[in-house]
Design a binder for this molecule. Structure first.
Ligand code: HEC
Ligand code: HEC
Ligand code: HEC
Ligand code: HEC
Ligand code: HEC
Ligand code: HEC
Ligand code: HEC
Ligand code: HEC
Length: 411
């Protein structure tokens, strides 16, 4: 070290000491004379400054299981393998904290999450494989053939980067490919510093993304008997129950998490939200998924903790009947559009003519809503937001098709 840098270092540390003394002077004596238990828990050095700089971060952290388990700020913020880092008051911090920083301690959850559609398929639904490394693409395609190695979404392309970044990717970045090679974001459901399972079990948490006319899951849930009971009895539910010991005594009413992730009464907990699904409900025409029987049995195992088998079978029969009827509607609308395209009345671009937007609403809003309503107990969504709208828009599609053909005949 040169004389000059020693001098600079002494001056800086002297300045910091003075600043620290001044800050301490303004703080109550209990804060400065002894380390508060919370301060020790929130890992000393980081919390010392961040109690002033970003106090809410420290308070959130102090309430978490992590704090109780003596996990420190640095456990998450230190750079992992392959992560960019920077200097921060004598600490070396990761430029971005990603699921890589959770993976070391929560490998099982990470692996389940990474193979679900919440991971790379969610990103690819908007951006295609752009932003992914070849390893990402290979990994994703192994679990979801065709859902990862695909082109960017045509609607996202048309709407442009500004709309896509804060709109589509506001929800779909749950599965973003990270530069460090890891996949996705755990904090969408758990948050960064409270890292709570109670939060992840809240229907509102899933409903941040699972809402609106194209996937009205939270609205359907709110309408359902399950949702009504949840509203009325939530204060008596044990939302923080440990996952491996979660029983119907803790939660006699299901939330989204109960049916899609939890291990109720000894069932297996999973972060792969794809495991218990037997149909591609989001598709225009819904086919069975590859693991149809196993998936349905696993979901039904959850229902059967609370319901009799005859009721569950009846429920599925009715839902499958709605699915079959919706598929019929959508097939008819799809054939109509295909015919117009074959006749040269529509350009190949799927989003440049009014009838294409109506067709998109037809299956993407109303068709999906009818199916989702049927599988999650939302009568109004099966009927008024679903089947009625399907009938109306199919009628409108036929009217518009006739006009297109007439206008060509006129020329
Ligand atoms: C000497 C005081 C001090 C210490 C020690 C300290 N920080 Fe900070 N930290 C700050 C200040 C000041 C900021 C800037 C706050 C702002 O922009 O409002 C900051 C910002 C941050 C940011 C946001 C950085 C960014 O650019 O987005 C993170 C993350 C962070 N600190 C984490 C930590 C962690 C983890 C530790 C302990 C390993 C730590 N800090 C220790 C003072 C400190
Ligand atoms: C469970 C892991 C975890 C722990 C423990 C943790 N953090 Fe963080 N922290 C994160 C993540 C994830 C982010 C978001 C980082 C990003 O977007 O790159 C973050 C962001 C931050 C930010 C920026 C917040 C903002 O909104 O601008 C600060 C400051 C910060 N952490 C400080 C701390 C401090 C201080 C502690 C300890 C009291 C701590 N963190 C403990 C995971 C953690
Ligand atoms: C250094 C190891 C470590 C790191 C890093 C870490 N955790 Fe944890 N995590 C733990 C431990 C230990 C527990 C407590 C486990 C227990 O009680 O069984 C825990 C508990 C949890 C819980 C359950 C909380 C509850 O309410 O019961 C969640 C959720 C969680 N971690 C998420 C995360 C996420 C998300 C990240 C990354 C942003 C992360 N963890 C990073 C070690 C870690
Ligand atoms: C940050 C946004 C976001 C949050 C929060 C979120 N999801 Fe999702 N979820 C998505 C996206 C985007 C997809 C579509 C993935 C795809 O492209 O197939 C999805 C898909 C799903 C699927 C279907 C998976 C498949 O194989 O088709 C289920 C089930 C699901 N989520 C359940 C949940 C539950 C339960 C919660 C809360 C515990 C939740 N999600 C929280 C964004 C989110
Ligand atoms: C409010 C959150 C949200 C926004 C904004 C959003 N999506 Fe989604 N998207 C979801 C959820 C949740 C699903 C899963 C629906 C299901 O499985 O029922 C989904 C499903 C999809 C699917 C079908 C699944 C797949 O993998 O093919 C595509 C495609 C898609 N979204 C594309 C987009 C595009 C493009 C945009 C922007 C133009 C967008 N989304 C905006 C939440 C969102
Ligand atoms: C779609 C929302 C969602 C995402 C994303 C998510 N989790 Fe969870 N996580 C949950 C739910 C819900 C539970 C509680 C399950 C239950 O009810 O038993 C949970 C539980 C946990 C637990 C406690 C497990 C146990 O057995 O004690 C840990 C640890 C955890 N998550 C870590 C992670 C990590 C790490 C990631 C990212 C790789 C992640 N989670 C991503 C929703 C999510
Ligand atoms: C009572 C159990 C139950 C509850 C509660 C529940 N779901 Fe579902 N969910 C189901 C069933 C059953 C299906 C259809 C499964 C199949 O395909 O076999 C389903 C389907 C889905 C799908 C459709 C995936 C696709 O193929 O397009 C998503 C997304 C979803 N649920 C998210 C949620 C969200 C978010 C919540 C809470 C707001 C929720 N669910 C509440 C049972 C439930
Ligand atoms: C954690 C327990 C629990 C789980 C899991 C659960 N339910 Fe329920 N469900 C209830 C309760 C409680 C009611 C209200 C019963 C009453 O009216 O007393 C209910 C009501 C219903 C109703 C309305 C009955 C009516 O006549 O109003 C249907 C339908 C239903 N559940 C289907 C399902 C299906 C299908 C599944 C699995 C995909 C499922 N439930 C999972 C607890 C559960």
């Amino acid at each position: 070290m040169s004389f000059r840098s020693v001098f600079v270092a002494i001056t800086i540390s002297g300045g910091l000491l003075l600043a620290a003394l001044l800050i301490n002077h303004a703080r109550p004596p209990s804060d400065t004379s002894q380390p508060l238990p919370e301060l020790v828990r929130a890992t000393g050095r980081c919390a010392q400054c961040h109690r002033e700089e970003t106090p809410a971060v420290v308070h959130q952290f102090e309430r978490s299981e992590h704090s109780r388990a003596n996990i420190t700020c640095y456990d998450c913020h230190q750079p992992g393998d392959g992560q960019e880092s920077y200097d921060h008051f004598n600490f070396r911090l990761a430029r971005e904290v990603t699921s890589l920083n959770c993976r070391g301690c929560h490998r099982t959850e990470y692996e389940q999450f990474a193979r679900s559609r919440h991971a790379l398929p969610a990103w690819a639904a908007v951006s295609g494989s752009s932003g992914m490394s070849p390893e990402h693409v290979a990994f994703g395609e192994r679990h979801h053939p065709g859902a990862v190695d695909r082109p960017p979404n045509p609607l996202a392309r048309r709407e442009g980067a500004a709309a896509t970044e804060t709109g589509c990717l506001g929800c779909h970045a749950i599965g973003r490919p990270n530069r460090d090679g890891s996949i996705g974001s755990c904090t969408e459901c758990h948050s960064r510093h409270s890292t709570s399972i109670a939060l992840a079990r809240e229907p509102r948490t899933c409903g941040q993304c699972h809402m609106g006319p194209d996937h009205a899951q939270v609205e359907i849930y709110t309408e359902s008997k399950h949702g009504a009971l949840y509203e009325a009895q939530r204060s008596s539910l044990n939302m923080s129950a440990e996952p491996k010991r979660l029983t119907t005594a803790d939660m006699p009413i299901p939330t989204c998490a109960t049916c899609h992730l939890s291990g109720l009464d000894g069932l297996r907990v999973t972060h792969d939200t794809t495991e218990r699904l037997s149909y591609w409900l989001f598709a225009p025409v819904s086919e069975r998924r590859p693991g149809y029987s196993r998936a349905q049995a696993e979901m039904q195992d959850t229902c059967l903790r609370c319901h009799a088998s005859s009721n569950v079978e009846h429920f599925y029969q009715e839902a499958e009947a709605v699915l079959a009827a919706t598929n019929e509607y959508v097939r008819e609308g799809r054939a109509l559009i295909a015919d117009l395209r074959n006749e040269g009345l529509l350009t190949p671009d799927p989003f440049d003519e009014p009838i294409e937007f109506l067709y998109f609403d037809f299956w993407h809003y109303f068709g999906r809503t009818a199916k989702h309503g049927a599988f999650m107990g939302g009568a109004d969504f099966v009927q008024w937001h679903g089947n009625y709208e399907l009938l109306l828009s199919l009628t409108e599609l036929k009217g518009m098709a006739a006009e297109l053909r007439d206008s060509r005949a006129d020329h």
